[in-house]
Design a protein around this ligand. Sequence first.
Ligand SMILES: [Zn+2]
Length: 489
Amino acid sequence: MKKRFSAAAIIFAEILIFAVVSWSQDIEVNLKVLSASIVRVEGRFLNGNLKQSKRNWTFLRSIAGADNLGARISDFSLTDEQGRIVSFKKLIDGEYLADGEANSFQYQINLKPLPNAATLAHVSWLKDEQGILMLDDLLPQFFGDKQPISAKVKLDLPSEWKIISSEKISNDNIFLVKSIEKAVFAVGKNWRGQEISNLNLVISGEWQFTDAEAAKVAGEIFDEYLKLFGEIPAEKAQIFLHRFPKETKFGRWEAETRGTNLMIASSAMPFKTLSLQRLHEQLRHELFHLWIPNNLALTGNYDWFYEGFTVYQALRLGIAKNQIRFEDFLDTLSQAYNLDNFQSQKLSLIESSKNRWSGASNQVYARGMLVAFLCDLAILKQSRGKRSINDIFRGIYQKHRVPNESADGNAVILKTLNNYSELNLIIANYVQGTENINWKTDLESVGIEEEGEKSSIKLNVKTKLSGKQKDLLDKLGYNNWRKISEKSK
Ligand SMILES: [Zn+2]
């Protein structure tokens, strides 16, 4: 008797839990693949949180330089709670104004890969029985008092297709998505999975390396960042590595880390060593984003920090792991310097972070990386090699990781950096200001010299070095290949 009672209680509890979970979703949607690249979307509101969205219907217009995404929408229609058709005016592609409040929406979306290859790690696509679905550009943009917007999502796919996602699965092909903005699904026939510590590496296509070799690279890099930050950033991360779904130039790649999803679209490299090096380069950058900025409770456009400093950190790890030479590191820095010097009209990094996708992207990355380098040098010098840029990353992460209170990214980063008095001038001149980078004395302190003029300089390590210069250079990773090859002897 007692036993039966508890079984009933368990069933009851499960029903209750399921009901609570499904009630708490903001919307319910059904995505059905109709043909090679057409998806039919049907959805409805499940609670009143999204009232503003019931008249204004807008789709994401642009992302990562892809414009007019709304042109992919067709056969749009709306119905109210009683199932009556709600008429609307189409304002522009992907923007509609309803005559009354609608409760359900229906349309088709064409997911044929966009012509601009730069978009292909950032926008949903579907081709040759394979694709990546990102809800942010598939669904209308919803407005609610409470963010993020959650959804119960059903994927209706051809029978042999797989679905890979970190979203919670509630039933066959039904997912309980916490945030529409972050949710990503890999769908199709040809995905292969590899589990590595807290990562799920999902690969499609043929590569010069094996899946196991790719998994080893991902695991090694993840472990390095784990050591740096001291904890795993979030629930299991997914890495989706695939070929561009259209013809692209040799060696080209695009990547994005959205929430805990890393999307990497890449073309072929000529040799296995180059292929693995390329993967290493992609993952050094993208995996870092799992912590910074994706697990930070910081808002606003502080891209100059989380992109520029990530580029720099990825280079630092590249040297430490013997993936790039110190000369490559110096070459990247000089290229960034030349590019920055070449800009005729300068914006501050704070300003250019607001326009990252409309032309200021180079500056955000290049000048942001130079600032990271100068900060690293200054901290190393001031602390005689005891501290480095790692202390900045760790400090920011510990204080501002989720679920800490949300704060403005630029304000927090500027304040944190300015706590190091040796960084004050760097921040004033090169982050908030638009001064040309004048790094001669900083370079001198580590025994690096400039060769050449204004916009075509090259950096070299001096032939004669003082003991102090040698020590600091070593901290930056100079001579690292020697250390590694000695160890492996
Ligand atoms: Zn990035």
